[in-house]
Ligand binder design. Structure first.
Ligand SMILES: N[C@@H](CCC(=O)N[C@@H](CS)C(=O)NCC(=O)O)C(=O)O
Length: 276
């Protein structure tokens, strides 16, 4: 199979994004880019095909994950770092509040959203990606290239049984409810998570909540402020452009079919089997 080659990143002009679809981390960056109305060059990887499993890509991100942003030849990794960088470098419109205490709150919410990432990954692999599992060759190739691993991410997989550790699924649902409660309470006094304007905190949590909705977790409906906030987000141009429009009807038809199948089997995310 032909490898995707992109040449020396140091020589890249302007903004370049290495990314994929159905990826909460990539959604985050594309939403921030859309908020800032920035133009960027598209380097799209099909992850299950292993487009990213090349020496060239691992040389710019030793973890071998997307998103990776290149701006004027400099590489930025980790979705939270990338969106913070974009907000510093391209300040209009600002995606952080002015008040110092509010800025701290934004940082804490971005961190909590990031800490929830292994949970979202566990739920995504169990309820979505299991529909088309990656091949053993994919994992071998990836292991051979990786020089930096994320232990929290590795801990969610039970590779011998080809899936996700059951306790990680159960725990992710408990922690989702904890997060819903906290977010709902923050949204009881305003439209946005911090202060009176849309911020990086809204972006960081929007992508996580979106994935939980995609995998049909019904618990969200118990939190009216969160439901209202999410509806507003779905109507926001940057969210449509950066996240929703990257979801092809074909891939969603495929995943929805799998979600229907799990519901018929009563092994879906809302089934009592995952509740402690
Ligand atoms: N902590 C990273 C996580 C990035 C991440 O896990 N990316 C996934 C897609 S959502 C990926 O590239 N996976 C490829 C692989 O695991 O081989 C971030 O926030 O940017």
């Amino acid at each position: 199979m032909e490898e995707i080659s992109f040449g020396p990143v140091q020589e890249m002009n302007g903004l370049h994004l290495f990314h994929t679809d159905i990826s909460n981390c990539c959604d985050k960056v594309r939403i921030a880019l859309a908020e800032k109305n920035l133009k960027w060059e598209d380097h799209f990887f099909v992850l299950p095909k292993g487009d990213h499993l090349t020496k060239e890509f691992f040389s710019i991100n030793p973890k071998g994950v997307v998103p990776v942003l290149v701006d004027k030849g400099k590489v930025y990794t980790e979705s939270n770092n990338i969106i913070e960088y974009l907000d510093r470098q391209y300040p209009e419109p600002p995606l952080c509040p002015e008040l110092k205490s509010d800025r701290i709150s934004v940082g804490l919410l971005m961190e909590s959203a990031q800490n929830y990432h292994p949970c979202v990954a566990a739920l995504s692999f169990e309820f979505l990606f299991k529909a088309a599992p990656y091949s053993p060759e994919f994992f071998q190739k990836r292991a051979a290239l990786k020089t930096e691993v994320e232990p929290e991410m590795e801990a969610i997989f039970d590779r011998d049984n080809g899936g996700v550790v059951t306790e990680k699924v159960t725990e992710a649902i408990v922690l989702a409810n904890k997060a819903f409660k906290e977010l709902d309470s923050l949204l009881s006094s305003g439209d946005w998570l911090v202060g009176d304007r849309f911020s990086l905190a809204d972006i960081a949590w929007a992508v996580q909540i979106h994935r939980l909705k995609t995998i049909r977790l019904k618990d969200i409906d118990n939190y009216p402020n969160l439901v209202r906030w999410y509806k507003t987000l779905e109507e926001r141009e940057s969210v449509k452009k950066g996240m929703l429009e990257w979801e092809t009807p074909e891939s969603y038809a495929f995943f929805n079919n799998y979600l229907d199948q799990r519901e018929a089997e009563e092994t879906d995310i809302n089934s009592p089997i995952w509740r402690v």
